[in-house]
Write a protein that binds this ligand. Structure first.
Ligand code: MSP
Length: 501
């Protein structure tokens, strides 16, 4: 069985989940759901990043211990993912024992390989990024990501000798030219490596909130070294070798563009040092911006995904983030945008198609959905939609995949408008039109299921079909002609009631 393993970033627990976190997680979930429909053996990992100065400071501000603080926020992520219908197979918290064991094993492996050495660090640190910056990386003396003042740090640290990995990384990327999607991000990574890599600090002596280095417990691991390791510790590195060997290397790390250097430069080098293969791929998303700025706690412009769910429903929200932004590019979040998409694609297209089919079947076919015809003009359109939807999901292009699926919805609505079955007398002609429309809708519900898991299942039921869509298979269940006919079709409440701003 083909394996498909994917990860999301692990989110800092300094604040509750926001739209930006939900975005990355929904994309990873939808792609994973697609792979389940292909019959793959899927594993999706997510979790929370709980160590480091940022969390320590957030806890201090509340007058609680960092552990108690993390314990209060991590469940908010778990609850949010449950509400958003995220089908992760594991949720790792970096404060778990299994993680500490694996991180120490990885540190020791890099140390034993001679790639970690003691040195003195002098330079700027951004707590919000938990990242070190050189003076020329700062913008007007401030963090280039958060535009907030950085702190000057001078301390004895252990360093990872990243500078030794330039050639190995360039060679690896030359051998794996498709590893980073979208492709322009690969050029960015290669360009960055070619400018010369600097060693980076992997420990902090002035901080206690972290995992102690196995050979020097007066230091804790730098939070990014600790965090990146989650991708292997969750799979069993250091605790369950067989499970780890089964799942690693993963197919994709889904990440945002702001953490590309950590993931595409530091991380493969750390793995190479420890004698572990790099991941097979990275899928790098852009940012969802509000008023042209990245949403973040630091910028104070966060949108709570749970508030949007209350208005647009889980599927309405999922659909918007998947369909509205080309994965890889930045997207602009606006209430007008989500309302418009909801009304046009969901209410007017999918919702309207399901509703009008049910109405006509009720009035003209005695409420029983007829069988499709073998030579329907929609058959070819459906086959194209299946092919194009599939290719786009495989290439991590959710908006393109949904566009391809919506082509079939559009064609089916046009088919109905051209034939006007609502004006026909009951009989063979109307049965043919409605059987074909039902079959197209049946295929649409399978194709759209990764994006709209609840509403597609509801349509499936309303057109009289039994079982779970998630148990179906793209290759066998989306070929034309399988709507059995004779099924009771019901209209039900509107699935996507139109919204006004
Ligand atoms: N803890 C680190 C990741 C460690 S992974 C080993 C971290 N956490 S984060 O909570 O700040 O952000 C996690 C991810 O969310 C990043 O990939 C980031 O790009 C993504 N997003 C945060 N805000 C975002 C937007 N406004 N838009 C899209 N994605 C955004 O970084």
């Amino acid at each position: 069985m083909t394996k498909f393993s994917a990860t999301t970033p692990i989110y800092y627990v300094n604040a509750k989940p926001h739209l930006g976190h939900a975005y990355t997680t929904i994309v990873a979930d939808a792609v994973s759901r697609w792979h389940r429909l292909l019959g793959d053996d899927v594993h999706l990992l997510t979790g929370t990043d709980e160590h480091g100065l940022k969390i320590q400071q957030a806890a201090d501000a509340q007058g609680v211990s960092p552990q108690a603080f993390a314990d209060s926020i991590a469940p908010l992520f778990q609850q949010a993912w449950q509400r958003l219908n995220i089908t992760h197979d594991d949720f790792i918290r970096t404060t778990e024992k299994r993680h500490a064991v694996g991180v120490q094993k990885l540190l020791q492996a890099c140390y034993d390989a001679g790639d970690i050495e003691s040195d003195v660090y002098k330079g700027q640190y951004c707590v919000a990024c938990e990242a070190y910056f050189t003076d020329d990386e700062l913008v007007e003396g401030k963090c280039p990501i958060h535009r907030t003042p950085t702190t000057f740090v001078e301390e004895e640290n252990y360093f990872f000798r990243l500078s030794r990995f330039e050639d190995r990384l360039l060679q690896w990327y030359a051998d794996h030219p498709q590893a980073i999607t979208p492709g322009f991000r690969m050029n960015e990574v290669i360009g960055f490596i070619k400018t010369g890599l600097h060693d980076f600090s992997i420990s902090r002596k002035t901080l206690t909130w972290g995992i102690p280095l196995p050979w020097d417990s007066s230091h804790v691991a730098y939070v990014w070294f600790d965090a990146l390791a989650n991708y292997i510790t969750a799979l069993g590195y250091g605790t369950d070798d067989a499970a780890f060997a089964k799942r690693w290397p993963v197919d994709y790390h889904f990440i945002g563009k702001d953490i590309i250097r950590f993931h595409c430069v530091y991380w493969p080098a750390m793995l190479m040092s420890a004698g572990i293969e790099p991941p097979k791929g990275w899928a790098v998303g852009g940012w969802l911006l509000t008023d042209g700025e990245k949403m973040s706690k630091t910028a104070g412009n966060v949108v709570d995904p749970l508030d949007l769910i209350d208005v647009f429903g889980v599927d309405g929200f999922r659909y918007y983030v998947l369909a509205d932004t080309t994965y890889g590019n930045d997207g602009d979040f606006t209430l007008e945008g989500i309302t418009k998409r909801f009304n046009s694609d969901l209410a007017n297209n999918l919702g309207n198609l399901a509703a009008r089919i049910a109405t006509v079947v009720e009035k003209k076919c005695g409420g029983l959905g007829p069988k499709p015809s073998a030579n329907s003009p929609l058959a070819e359109i459906a086959a194209t939609a299946v092919r194009e939807t599939s290719a786009a999901w495989m290439a991590v292009q959710p908006s393109k995949a949904l566009e391809a699926t919506w082509q079939l919805i559009g064609a089916t609505n046009s088919h109905l408008e051209n034939h006007e079955p609502w004006k026909m007398e009951p009989g063979e002609a109307v049965e043919t039109v409605m059987g074909d429309a039902l079959e197209a809708l049946r295929i649409v519900t399978i194709l759209a299921n990764p994006a709209l898991p609840t509403t597609t299942q509801e349509i499936w039921k309303r057109i009289g079909l039994a079982g779970d869509i998630s148990d179906l298979r793209i290759d066998s269940d989306t070929t034309w002609g399988q709507y059995p006919g004779g099924c009771a079709v019901v209209k039900g409440e509107p699935l996507f009631p139109r919204k006004t701003l």
